[in-house]
Design a protein around this ligand. Structure first.
Ligand code: G3I
Length: 340
């Protein structure tokens, strides 16, 4: 997707005005190349002034970190909790931001009534389709893109044996995409995964799946590269992998970028982190169909990393106090440097 002229012009305008003030947001910098810059948000944190102001000022897209997951929206069968997701959508739209819906069909964060319900394959298919219709239908017209299916593959490129796969086989992906398209024909529909940002069995499995979906005329618009990286080891072939997915005729998005540092995070590792964030941004700019970059959180104090990777942290562009780390200036420069 060539950057839309209007978006670029608006972005440049924002860049110019902000630049004159000596500061420019990550969202405005990305918009200068016709792309968005987003982050995963926790609606509960929007009560905190610093977090709210940072989210409002820096982002042109938001993703609910957990608020739209099945266990959150339907903790008991037929009992829906939309408040948090509604709050996030309202915040985003009040600030002119896109919303990436996350995620309709995943093996994780499912409510116990579903996973322990002893449902038949047919019942699971009906439950999955009904869930998609309910959630994508509720937000029809409000969502720019959905992560319709999240993490369908395991590290060796085989199918993850989720309850969805066990019930419907590989075809669950097409069923989910078709249901999402029926619920919201204007939303961009993505399959999203991690460990697919570099050539290997998992990347090739996702590539082959998307190629097959396109051949079968299944509605799919994009591939989400989660991009949970370790500082100093971003995949050198990321640009080539982006181009490979784009060659299938789909958009590419970096959907969950964070760059974890083995703690303590000293100046050298923060500078390497800045280089790595800039590398990812340059890879996106070098891929015409790369539509944007989303980090998985904004400030280090709210990152999932320390809980899941002991001894690691400081993975996000802003520190615990909401101060920009070197990564912020590096990404702005990478978004706005002359050339693509
Ligand atoms: O909501 C409960 C709360 O009631 C309870 O008091 C608390 C303590 O037990 O747990 C809360 O649930 C937590 C949930 O986040 C909401 O905060 C879960 O324990 C915790 O495991 C869950 O972690 C999330 C993780 O997905 C689950 O796998 C992270 O916040 C979230 O950032 C992470 O996001 C995923 C993406 O969706 C998909 N890609 C990978 C990424 C990282 O795992």
């Amino acid at each position: 997707m060539a950057p839309r002229i209007a978006t670029v012009v608006l972005g440049l305008a924002a860049l110019t005005s902000a630049g004159e003030a000596g500061e420019v947001s990550l969202g405005a910098a990305a918009a200068a190349s016709g792309r968005y810059f987003g982050a995963a948000l926790d609606p509960d944190a929007l009560d905190e002034k610093l977090y709210r102001n940072l989210a409002a000022a820096e982002l042109t897209s938001v993703t609910p970190e957990n608020a739209m997951k099945w266990e959150e929206v339907e903790p008991a069968r037929g009992e829906f909790h939309w408040d948090e997701a509604d709050a996030l959508v309202a915040f985003a739209h009040a600030h002119g931001q896109k919303v990436r819906g996350h995620t309709l069909v995943w093996h994780s964060q499912l409510p116990p009534w579903l996973t322990q319900g002893q449902f038949s394959p047919r019942e699971l298919r009906d439950l999955m389709v009904a869930h998609i219709a309910a959630e994508a239908g509720r937000y029809k017209g409000a969502i720019y893109a959905w992560d319709v299916v999240n993490e369908p593959f395991t590290e060796d490129g085989s199918w993850r044996k989720s309850i969805w796969y066990e019930a419907m086989g590989p075809g669950y992906v097409a069923i989910a995409l078709r249901a999402a398209h029926a619920a919201d024909p204007d939303a961009k529909l993505y399959v999203n995964d991690y460990g697919v940002e570099t050539d290997g069995p998992k990347m090739r499995a996702l590539h082959d799946l998307v190629a097959q979906l396109k051949r079968d005329g299944v509605p799919i618009d994009g591939v989400g590269l989660q991009s949970h990286f370790v500082v100093g080891s971003t995949p050198a072939d990321l640009p080539a992998v982006m181009a490979k997915f784009a060659s299938l005729g789909v958009d590419v998005a970096v959907t969950e970028l964070d760059l974890r540092i083995r703690l303590p995070a000293g100046k050298p590792s923060l500078l390497t982190q800045a280089d790595d964030y800039a590398f990812v941004v340059r890879a996106c700019r070098a891929t015409p169909r790369c539509v944007g970059v989303t980090t998985w959180g904004i400030t280090d104090d709210r990152s999932w990393i320390p809980s899941f990777f002991s001894g690691y942290g400081a993975a996000l562009p802003f520190d615990e106090a909401g101060k920009p780390k070197p990564a912020v200036a590096a990404m702005i420069e990478a978004w706005t440097a002359p050339g693509r």
